[in-house]
Design a protein around this ligand. Structure first.
Ligand SMILES: Nc1ncnc2c1ncn2[C@@H]1O[C@H](COP(=O)(O)OP(=O)(O)O)[C@@H](O)[C@H]1O
Ligand SMILES: [Mg+2]
Length: 348
């Protein structure tokens, strides 16, 4: 007697064949019983040749059922073998390959399609990682090359070198490297889904506290409503605000307006500068990693193009969104967060 576990471990072909031949055997036994109980007994009943013929016929019938079922199942399961055979050969290096689609519109075709879609997503993710690694190396190489050139030049004319000036210039590159590495760390933390500690926060209090610490070279106008609460990670939200403020201050002509208020069901943080704005066709591109528009490169060669992608990821990790919206002048960045379900005690 095979155990239930051994039965479950058998191939589907074997299980279906066993069930079909068992059903056929039961039909033969049932027919024999009907024959035994028939009254009056059929002619030649009980004769040895008829009995032997009956038993032999039954065995033949059972064997034929097993054979036909086994063959049918082999043919039916052929697409599964083709799919798993192909999957076994797919490596990170040939993720562009796809499993074959069965010709019939059945569940196996559905499975093959779902596998191909998963492969497509995995391929896109790996390509994104490779692009990211290459952009990162490129951005790390530039300040390092600048530092090396600076040091080499200073050493060539070491007698005349003003070492304090050299240190100043080196410090610029070091700061750039530091900012880039900080952003990369933040990205890896966000990608790993390491959720910060979420508290119920008063958004206006948090933003005001952060703006108080910033030394801004432009006028910063605050327009805060009271009681705008969000359920969020203080460090993440502070980073989001600072990334928007760094950009706004860099691009503003003379002022930046920061608004915290409720709009419909959302808690909104808006940073609006009076600079040249972002052209509508670039308003999504700027959220891509390492994306920088020409104007920004001219204004500040040191940026990494990671600030907005980090800010958007933080907003999305809070169940919110970050977009650039229309405005008569300048760039208007709007972060929306869902209102917390049940208000609790305020915390700054
Ligand atoms: N307030 C703004 N006004 C105009 N353009 C902006 C503004 N903020 C961001 N941008 C554009 O978006 C790009 C990406 O911004 P970001 O990801 O913060 O990178 P970075 O600040 O390092 O350039 C900037 O390089 C700039 O071209
Ligand atoms: Mg920035």
């Amino acid at each position: 007697m095979i155990s239930l576990r051994a039965w479950r471990n058998c191939s589907v072909k074997t299980r279906v064949t066993t069930v079909a031949s068992t059903v056929m055997a039961l039909v033969c036994v049932f027919a024999s019983l009907m024959l035994l109980m028939a009254a009056p007994p059929p002619p030649l009943y009980g004769s040895a040749p008829v009995l032997a013929g009956f038993i032999g016929g039954s065995l033949l019938l059972i064997a034929a059922t097993a054979l036909v079922t086994y063959r049918m199942m082999s043919k039916t399961l052929q697409p599964v073998r083709a799919i798993s055979g192909k999957l076994a050969t797919i490596q990170p290096s040939n993720l562009s390959e796809r499993v074959p689609l069965p010709s019939h519109d059945d569940e196996f075709k559905e499975l093959a399609r779902a596998i191909n879609q998963a492969l497509e997503r995995a391929q896109a993710a790996i390509q994104e990682q490779l692009r990211f690694a290459s952009d990162t190396s490129h951005d790390l190489r530039n300040p390092l090359a600048a530092m090396r050139a600076e040091i080499e030049d200073s050493l060539v004319g070491r007698e005349e070198t003003d070492w304090a000036e050299t240190a100043d210039r080196l410090l610029e590159s070091v700061e750039r490297l530091q900012e880039l590495v900080g952003n990369l760390l933040e990205i890896s933390r966000l990608d790993a889904g390491v959720a910060g500690h979420h508290d119920l926060l008063n958004l206006a209090v948090l933003v005001a506290g952060e703006l108080d610490h910033r030394q801004s070279k432009v006028r910063v106008v605050r327009r805060f409503s009271s009681g705008v609460m969000v359920n969020g990670d203080r460090i993440g939200l502070t980073r989001l605000l600072n990334n928007l403020m760094d950009n706004a201050e860099r691009h503003a002509h003379s002022s930046v307006r920061v608004t915290v208020e409720h709009r419909g069901d959302a808690a909104v943080l808006e940073v609006h500068d009076d600079g040249s704005g972002v052209p509508p066709e670039q308003r999504e591109i700027i959220f891509e990693r390492f994306a920088r528009l020409q104007e920004a490169r001219a204004k500040d060669a040191g940026g990494s193009g990671l600030g907005l992608s980090i800010a958007r990821q933080i907003a999305e990790d809070h169940g919110g969104a970050l977009t650039v919206e229309d405005s008569p002048s300048g760039a208007r960045f709007v972060a929306r967060f869902p209102r917390p379900a049940a208000p609790a005690s305020l915390s700054g």
